[in-house]
Design a protein around this ligand. Structure first.
Ligand SMILES: [Zn+2]
Ligand SMILES: [Zn+2]
Length: 361
C-alpha cells in the first residue's frame, strides 16, 4: 500500500494512505527510498499548534495538506512526456525549491528568491511518501557510491552547510568555529575539516559533541561550562577566523561573534529569533564580515554530491538513525530531542544500508 505522512499539529504524526500520481509533461515519478528529517520540518510543521497550521513561516508558504518532507532521495519509476535527461532506474534527489525557471532570480540560480517558487514538502507534495512527482528540472542524479540516506541529507541540511562554508571561502588557513551541532552544524564540521581547516564545535548536547569529534572536530566545547571566546583564543592565539551559527540561539550567536577574531568572516544559517549585539565592539572594531546564507541553488546541488563522492566525505556516520515510515512518530520525537545526528525515514523498505560512505568502498 502506498503511504504518506501527515502532521495534524502539536507534535502528532499520522501515516495515511498515499496517492501515486503519474508524471505529467516535464515531470518524473520517483520511488522514495530515503527522506531526511530537517530542522524546518520540526519548526514549521511538527511543533506547530493545530490552530496555526498553514500559516507561512520564515519566508516559506505552507499548505497543511501537502505531503511533507523536503529531502527526497529515490529511484525514478517513470518519466513524463518531454523528459530526456532522466530515465527509469536513475538514482536521484530533488532540489526542494522549485522556481519558475524564468525570472531573474531563477536565471541566477537563486530560486529561493523567486516570487513564484513552490517548495516541495511545504506547499507542494514532498518526500515523506512512497512515491513523489517532481519537475525533471528540479531533479539531480546521485553518484553510485553515495548512499540514499546521505543523498537525502545533501538535498537540504548538508547542502546548506556546504554552501555557507563556500561563501565564507574556507581553506586550510582557517580556524572555523561552528555553533549548533544538529544535522546542519555536523555537516559543516565534516566539510570544514575536509577543506583542511582546524575546527571547533559547540553544543550543549554531549552526544552531538561526540558526533562532531567523529566528524573531525579538533576541539569541542560545552558552552555552559566555559567562556567560549576565551577557550578559542587560548587554543589558537587569536580567535577563530571563520564562524558559522547553525543553532538559531541568541546566546550562541552572541558567543559566536565574540569567538571570532579580527577580520573574521561569519555566516548565520540557523533560522528564527533574534540577538542583541554590541555593533562597535563585536563587529566594527574587529572589522568582521557577517553574511546570511539560505540554502543553495540547483546547479550547486550536483556539485555537492560530486564533492561528497570524490572526497569521500563521511556524512554517513552522521546519519545516526534510520526509521521505517511506519515508525515516523518515533523518528520525529527523536529529532525533536536535539541529541541525535541526522534522522532519515525510509519508504518501501528500499533504502540501501550504505550509510557509512567508506564502508561502501
Ligand atoms: Zn523564478
Ligand atoms: Zn531543510
Amino acid at each position: 500500500m502506498s503511504k504518506r505522512l501527515f502532521f495534524p499539529g502539536d507534535r502528532h504524526v499520522e501515516v495515511l494512505q498515499g496517492t501515486d500520481r503519474a508524471a505529467g509533461r516535464g515531470e518524473v515519478t520517483i520511488r522514495i527510498d530515503a527522506a531526511g528529517v530537517c530542522g524546518s520540518d520540526l519548526h514549521y510543521l511538527y511543533r506547530v499548534p493545530e490552530s496555526e497550521r498553514g500559516k507561512p513561516r520564515l519566508g516559506v508558504t505552507i499548505n497543511p495538506d501537502a505531503v511533507p518532507g523536503h529531502e527526497p532521495a529515490g529511484t525514478v519509476l517513470s518519466i513524463g512526456e518531454g523528459v530526456d535527461t532522466l530515465a527509469p532506474g536513475d538514482r536521484v534527489i530533488v532540489h526542494h525549491i522549485s522556481g519558475c525557471g524564468m525570472c531573474d532570480w531563477c536565471l541566477r540560480d537563486l530560486p529561493m528568491h523567486c516570487a513564484d517558487k513552490k517548495t516541495y514538502g511545504f506547499d507542494i507534495d514532498g518526500a515523506f511518501a512512497s512515491t513523489m512527482v517532481a519537475k525533471a528540472r528540479d531533479v539531480v542524479k546521485v553518484p553510485d557510491d553515495v548512499s540514499m540516506p546521505v543523498a537525502a541529507y545533501c538535498a537540504c541540511g548538508a547542502g546548506t552547510a556546504y554552501n555557507a562554508l563556500r561563501k565564507l571561502q574556507v581553506t586550510s588557513a582557517d580556524t572555523v568555529i561552528i555553533f549548533g551541532l544538529g544535522p546542519v552544524g555536523l555537516a559543516a564540521v565534516a566539510f570544514a575539516q575536509d577543506f583542511g581547516a582546524r575546527v571547533a564545535a559547540v553544543d550543549i548536547s554531549g552526544e552531538r559533541r561526540d558526533l562532531a569529534k567523529a566528524a573531525g572536530a579538533d576541539l569541542v566545547i560545552d558552552p555552559r561550562d566555559t567562556d567560549v571566546a576565551t577557550v578559542v583564543a587560548e587554543w589558537n592565539g587569536s580567535g577563530a577566523s571563520v564562524g558559522l551559527d547553525a543553532s538559531g540561539n541568541a546566546q550562541a550567536r552572541h558567543q559566536l561573534l565574540d569567538a571570532v577574531g579580527v577580520l573574521g568572516r561569519v555566516a548565520f544559517v540557523g533560522e528564527g529569533g533574534g540577538v542583541q549585539i554590541d555593533v562597535s565592539e563585536q563587529i566594527i572594531h574587529k572589522q568582521l564580515t557577517v553574511i546570511g546564507s539560505w540554502v543553495f541553488g540547483i546547479s550547486e546541488l550536483g556539485g555537492i554530491l560530486q564533492y561528497v563522492s570524490d572526497r569521500r566525505v563521511e556524512l554517513g556516520r552522521l546519519v545516526t538513525d534510520v526509521f521505517d515510515i511506519d515508525d515516523a512518530a518515533d523518528a520525529f520525537a527523536l529529532a525533536d530531542g536535539a541529541a541525535n545526528g541526522k534522522v532519515v525515514i525510509t519508504m518501501n523498505g528500499a533504502a540501501d544500508s550504505r550509510t557509512n560512505h567508506k564502508a561502501s568502498q
